[in-house]
Design a protein around this ligand. Structure first.
Ligand code: C5P
Length: 223
């Protein structure tokens, strides 16, 4: 794409998993690698944007020329996102945010309960992208929907529920794409319809997505 496609624009991207502490040495998390979010950040930089990448723990190096914000928990990601999104043009929720966190973080290491069952009490985490949409409705907002069944149907419902302009649906029941893979295939859904992007590398997919989203965000301003 043209390198100036996002010149003068500020794009905020969340990526990776969140990590929800149980005690000083343990946490709840998920297997998100951060690959898709980091690839999107790289592509947005190539397109000329100023990019803030808000990332949970990931093995990946921070891409060149991004403003990198490292966080652990969903609550930290929310605070960083609300701050970064205030004057941004586009917000992309690429993170696999934990839906729940432990109700309390134990000050000391939780001790083994002998043979007894240990029950953890979890409370829901805030929905980060829905909060951004509510606070900054003028920001062009993009969420991901990773589904294992009824992919497009669930993704369409999620787009409306979260109030985002656009949702990127991917089928994570297929081992060859998604989560930890280097390749992905997605369907981009907004109110004008669906666009299918067949399987390709995450780097190429990210460039194709950034080009599409740049155009869509410009069109959204005209309507
Ligand atoms: O609701 P679900 O987790 O399936 O939605 C996925 C999308 O919503 C992703 O874009 C993810 O980054 C975002 N999300 C979020 N905050 C949450 C949960 C998901 O921003 N607490």
């Amino acid at each position: 794409f043209e390198s100036g496609l996002l010149a003068g624009k500020h794009v905020v991207i969340t990526a990776g998993p969140t990590r929800e502490a149980l005690d000083p040495v343990r946490y709840i998390s998920n297997h998100s690698s951060g690959k898709m979010g980091y690839a999107l950040a790289t592509a947005a930089v190539e397109a000329g944007a100023r990019v803030t990448l808000i990332s949970g723990p990931s093995q990946l190096p921070a891409p060149d020329r991004v403003e990198f914000v490292s966080i652990d928990s969903a609550e930290q990601m929310l605070t960083a996102s609300m701050q970064a999104a205030e004057h941004c043009d586009m917000f992309i929720g690429g993170a696999a945010v934990c839906d729940y966190r432990p109700e309390a973080i134990s000050e000391h290491k939780i001790k083994k309960q002998g043979e007894a069952t240990l029950t953890l009490s979890l409370v829901p985490n805030p929905d980060i992208i829905a909060s951004v949409v509510k606070q900054y409705p003028a920001v062009y907002s993009v969420a991901f929907a990773a589904e294992t069944e009824n992919v497009l149907e669930y993704a369409r419902a999620k787009r409306v529920k979260k109030g985002v302009h656009c949702i990127i649906a991917n089928d994570v029941s297929d081992d060859h794409i998604g989560f930890n893979s280097d390749e992905n295939a997605v369907t981009i859904i907004d109110r004008s319809g669906d666009i299918r992007l067949d399987q390709r590398s995450k780097a190429q997919l990210a460039r194709d997505l950034i080009e599409l989203l740049a155009n869509k965000s410009e069109q959204a301003k005209d309507t």
